[in-house]
Write a protein that binds this ligand. Structure first.
Ligand code: ADP
Ligand code: MG
Length: 370
């Protein structure tokens, strides 16, 4: 049933899927004197799903509004397909947008909400009804077509908002924190469902989120924004394994950050002496000179708790058995706290608080100039 209704989206009336690429070229935006978007360039391939990730207030919603045409940028160009759309009003950009608060019309039924965008087109009544029916089936809301938004849960309102955005067969789909109001179990279901809808419909999509797990799990590529600047735009594994900046390394996943100094520049890595003692092996996104002061980031899973005498001495603060893994928080001689994480087998228990251990590194750290 899902596949049948998806065909309704894939094939527009002309029989062509309407998938176009999107390009942002050197976008700047100021509200008054405050810069909010600072020289952002991004290019999405047709059908690509990217996550725009960043802390609250970094400019994500502003960027979506600029793409949709609700906000005119201070400078820069927005291209959809081969066309520059900066002079076009929102309703002529073929961009579907799902706002953070869903923004359903309270006085309209579910079906009327979904039909809203079609009302302004000259679509035949029957075709319109069929499209609304297909969209509601797609988001599994057909049985609630006559309800009003106030009679729906958050998750249901969310589905209606997605159906409404897709009904007009947009070339680009924009979703602003679409799952933020949903509880965790429903959020996972909706993430999987949205990804399936997006894949099958082949719609170029930007999903805005401040949730790094959501970004890493859903997106083909992640654009990480910090204070209006693009820190990195890359595949999720690349973002996690090869962070371009200290901000990326600490915002995505967990990182232990330690101060140190480059002691040796080797062929493809660096040896860093830590201020707290001991050395670590590190990669770096930009070349670092011998003697340079650095901050090194070590993922919890890159550290092993051992009894080997070579390791860095540490004391267990707490151990957490998290089901499939064990996390330890450890204190180094200078008071620095570090986290370690290791897969857990049945029966494994965390070490007790106060246990004296040694820490060893089994995957490279990443070093950034400090
Ligand atoms: N209409 C506006 N007028 C003035 N400042 C705004 C306006 N909208 C957003 N801002 C400010 O711009 C910054 C970015 O906002 P926003 O794009 O909503 O961030 P995000 O969606 O990443 O949380 C914030 O500091 C916010 O307070
Ligand atoms: Mg926002």
């Amino acid at each position: 049933m899902l596949l049948r209704s998806l065909k309704g989206i894939c094939m527009s009336t002309s029989g062509q899927p309407a998938s176009l690429g999107l390009a942002l070229e050197r976008i700047f935006h100021h509200y008054g004197d405050t810069p909010v978007v600072d020289d952002v360039s991004l290019a999405l391939a047709p059908g690509e799903l990217i996550a725009l990730l960043g802390p609250s207030g970094c400019g994500k919603t502003t960027l979506l509004k600029i793409i949709a045409g609700f906000q005119r940028q201070t400078a820069g160009i927005v291209r959809i397909g081969n066309n520059t759309v900066d002079a076009l009003p929102p309703n002529r950009r073929r961009v579907g947008i799902v706002f953070q608060n869903y923004a359903l019309f309270p006085h309209m039924s579910v079906a009327q909400n979904v039909a809203y965008g079609l009302d302004v087109t000259r679509m035949e009544r029957q075709a319109k009804q069929a499209r609304v029916g297909a969209m509601l089936e797609l988001v599994q809301m057909a049985h609630l077509a006559d309800r009003y938004p106030r009679q729906l849960s958050g998750g249901q309102q969310q589905r209606v908002a997605i159906a409404r955005a897709l009904a007009v067969q947009p070339s680009i789909l924009l979703l602003d924190e679409p799952f933020a109001a949903l509880d965790k179990a429903l959020r996972l279901d909706m993430q999987i469902e949205l990804k399936r809808i997006q894949r099958n419909a082949g719609i170029t999509t930007i999903i805005v989120t401040h949730d790094q797990e959501e970004a890493l799990s859903m997106a083909d590529r992640v654009a990480l924004l910090n204070r209006g600047k693009l820190e990195q735009f890359a595949a999720p594994t690349e973002i996690y394994d090869r962070p371009a900046t200290l901000f990326v390394n600490t915002f995505v996943g967990t990182a232990n950050v330690l101060d140190g100094r480059i002691e040796a520049v080797d062929a493809d890595s660096y040896t860093v002496v830590l201020d707290v003692g001991g050395t670590v092996r590190a990669m770096a996104p930009h070349a670092l000179a011998h003697g340079a002061k650095v901050k090194v980031c070590l993922r919890p899973e890159a550290l092993t708790v051992t009894e080997h005498p070579d390791g860095l001495p540490a004391t267990v603060e707490v151990g957490l058995p998290l089901g499939s893994s064990i996390v330890h928080e450890l204190r180094l001689a200078n008071g620095t706290l570090l986290k370690t994480a290791a897969p857990r087998s049945a029966g494994d228990q965390p070490l007790p608080g106060g246990a004296q251990v040694r820490l060893r590194q089994h995957a490279p750290a990443v070093a950034f100039p400090s």
